[in-house]
Design a binder for this molecule. Structure first.
Ligand SMILES: *Cc1c(COP(=O)(O)O)cnc(C)c1O
Length: 412
């Protein structure tokens, strides 16, 4: 376990005529508690581009944790397009979207996104986190109600808090619980918001029922398609395509940082929605916009999803194959998305299993509180379209053996 090193030279504050006070006492204490509880976090440094194989600590590893589901981060043609944009437009955007930070590439990407999602308009934010943090407080105010799934992403939780609306948490994907809670507050203005594909459990929102409830009670419907875009639906267009209900959700939000392999967040919907957000969303207005290079890369990735539908198909085959392999080894695993959770429980055990797997060349970190609930730590396998069947079979076998081995040899 990494030791906590405090390197602040001004650790002790001096007040006239008093004993020096350790200003960092509480913070050091909290770090110590995190270590004790096996909740201390550290970065892992990757030494290559983010592909299905990466270089880590000088070794080749099979990457089973990346959100780059279509393996676009280092894809050759996307690189070429990005390199051309770099030569033509340079690195930075030089200003916020409303000042000098909008290039033709920003506009082209927004048009491509709107078309891809079948909407009138789209707008790009700097990250998915910034999109949720900007749009929720812009659309919901004090006095409104936001109904939010208990497993929604942290950026939705923060956006709700910033909005000053009353946030009502409903049980995970439980539409009966949601309706009960709406009825208790009938007539109030507001929104229902949910992850489309849940980021840790990999399950899909009950979108038909969510939209039905939103329309019946006059609420806005919004889904976060961060893990859905490029993954679910026959052509990877997301949850609406998955349920054959194109155009029914009021607000589609997502990120360019996952299957799209670039960075940035987006919102798709009516022109009324995007015009309003351009005028009201603080994270859009008060932040320097993304580099033109990123815009070019994201647009090329959207084109490749449409030109080469085998990628989404191959990803889906890999998901089925990997789950079946795990099941054959006695591990409960079932997913329709690129996220396959493997439940472990105790934080310490999840860390041990993950470390053993890393030693064997499988990059698959443990997911712990606060990302998931305490005592519900897990391995979160994330698949790519370019993983081979052999690689996934080997990974499933190693996961099963390592878990079984750990259970035999330890008390926790
Ligand atoms: C990753 C993620 C985000 C944040 O997107 P970034 O572009 O990484 O900031 C938002 N919502 C969900 C559900 C996510 O998984």
């Amino acid at each position: 376990m990494t030791a906590v090193v405090v390197t602040f030279s001004d650790k002790f504050g001096h007040r006239k005529g008093r004993e020096p006070v350790n200003k960092w006492k509480r913070i050091e204490e909290e770090l110590r508690i995190l270590q004790e509880q096996h909740l201390y976090r550290d970065v892992k440094v990757i030494e290559s581009s983010q592909r299905s194989h990466v270089r880590y600590q000088g070794r080749d590893m099979l990457m089973l944790a990346s959100n780059s589901y279509l393996d676009f981060c280092g894809e050759e043609r996307i690189r070429e397009t990005a390199a051309e944009a770099l030569t033509e437009y340079g690195t930075g955007s030089g200003g916020s979207r409303l000042t000098t930070g909008t290039t033709v590439l920003h506009m082209q990407l927004e048009e491509a996104l709107a078309r891809f999602k079948g909407r009138e308009a789209a707008m790009v934010f700097n990250t998915g986190f910034a999109a949720n943090g900007g749009l929720l407080p812009a659309l919901c105010q004090a006095g409104d109600v936001i109904y939010s799934d208990e497993l929604n992403h942290a950026s939705i939780i923060d956006g709700c808090r910033q909005s000053k609306a009353e946030t009502v948490i409903y049980r995970h994907n439980d539409m009966a619980d949601l309706e009960r809670k709406i009825r208790q507050r009938q007539g109030r203005q507001g929104m229902i918001v949910s992850d489309g594909v849940f980021s840790m459990d990999g399950d899909i929102v009950d979108l038909p029922r969510l939209v039905e409830l939103a329309d019946a009670y006059g609420l806005l419907s919004m889904i976060d398609e961060a893990h859905a875009t490029g993954v679910v639906g026959a052509c990877g267009r997301g949850c609406e395509e998955h349920f054959h209900m194109e155009g029914r959700t009021d607000i589609l939000m997502g990120t360019l940082s996952k299957a799209i392999g670039a960075e940035g967040g987006y919102v798709c919907g009516s022109r009324t929605l995007t015009e309003y957000l351009k005028n009201k969303a603080r994270s859009y207005i008060f932040s320097t916009s993304l580099s033109p290079v990123t815009m070019a890369a994201a647009k090329r990735a959207l084109e490749l999803i449409e030109e080469e539908p085998w990628r989404v198909g191959r990803l889906r085959e890999n998901i089925r194959w990997f789950c079946r392999q795990l099941q054959q080894h006695g591990i409960e695993a079932d997913s329709e998305t690129a996220i396959v959770p493997i439940r472990i429980g105790p934080e310490e055990k999840a860390l041990r299993v993950s470390e053993r797997l890393m030693e064997q060349g499988f990059f698959i970190p443990a997911i712990r509180y606060p990302t998931v609930k305490r005592g519900e730590a897990m391995l979160r396998a994330a698949l790519m379209a370019t993983h081979t069947k052999e690689e996934l079979a080997a990974a499933a076998e190693a996961i099963a053996e390592t878990i079984a081995d750990d259970s035999r040899h330890s008390v926790v």
